[in-house]
Write a protein that binds this ligand. Structure first.
Ligand SMILES: Cc1cc2nc3c(=O)[nH]c(=O)nc-3n(C[C@H](O)[C@H](O)[C@H](O)COP(=O)(O)O)c2cc1C
Length: 195
């Protein structure tokens, strides 16, 4: 892979919140995605993160109501039936190694979501979820604390990047147009470089 194709992969790995619920994903695919995390950098090389793999319809139905979707969309409660995720990865920290994992969580989520794009999958990293009930539903030992839920499926929504204008107070809120397209503003390169 060259730099340009890697850049395209990163650019096309967008948060997806609507899926084709008729297309299921097998556990083997979820395992392949989690395997990517083995090769990620890890603070102190402690590798404290673990995953719960969810692919059954029944478990997906239990998890969905515990998630908060697209905080800026006040009128939208998340994807309708038929467009909901068909799988989840619940990233947990093994607190035996401490309550903090530095940036291991983000690095691993990026590896997984990039991998998903190569497989034609899309997903959304979710931090706003009901921690207590998720642990209950998953029957998680207290030792494991959920950090993120990654919702996964085959995308049915189009997401486009909008170049922000680089002004100090430019709006960074994502928005959806009447045609259903999701627009995600990104800051221009010149704004990211201080010197
Ligand atoms: C740490 C983190 C937490 C997030 N939590 C949520 C969430 O709880 N619910 C949600 O719908 N999206 C969540 N997102 C997705 C962001 O809204 C999304 O990344 C952002 O709008 C930019 O879109 P993009 O991922 O396509 O670049 C989260 C993303 C990150 C990185």
């Amino acid at each position: 892979m060259n730099f340009e194709s890697f850049k395209k992969l990163v650019e096309s790995t967008r948060s997806i919140r609507r899926f084709d619920e008729s297309r299921r994903i097998g556990r083997d695919t979820l395992e392949n995605l989690v395997e990517l995390t083995r090769f990620c950098a890890s603070g102190r090389n402690a590798q404290p993160l673990r995953y719960v793999l969810i692919d059954s319809e029944e478990e997906c139905e239990q998890i969905f109501p515990l998630l908060k979707w697209a905080g800026y969309f006040k009128e939208w409660d998340g994807p309708e039936k038929g467009e909901r995720p068909v799988a989840y990865l619940v990233q947990c920290i093994d607190t035996k190694y401490g309550a903090d994992c530095l940036c291991d969580d983000g690095l691993q989520l990026e590896a997984i979501t990039l991998g998903m794009t190569t497989l034609g999958l899309g997903g959304c990293i979710i931090k706003a979820f009901d921690h207590i009930n998720l642990s209950k539903v998953l029957n998680l030992d207290k030792r494991y604390s959920p950090r993120y839920v990654l919702a996964i499926g085959y995308p049915v929504e189009k997401v486009v990047i909008e170049e922000m204008n680089g002004e100090e107070n430019a709006d960074f809120k994502y928005f959806r147009t009447p045609d259903g397209v999701h627009h995600v503003p990104k800051r221009p390169l010149k704004e990211l470089i201080l010197k």
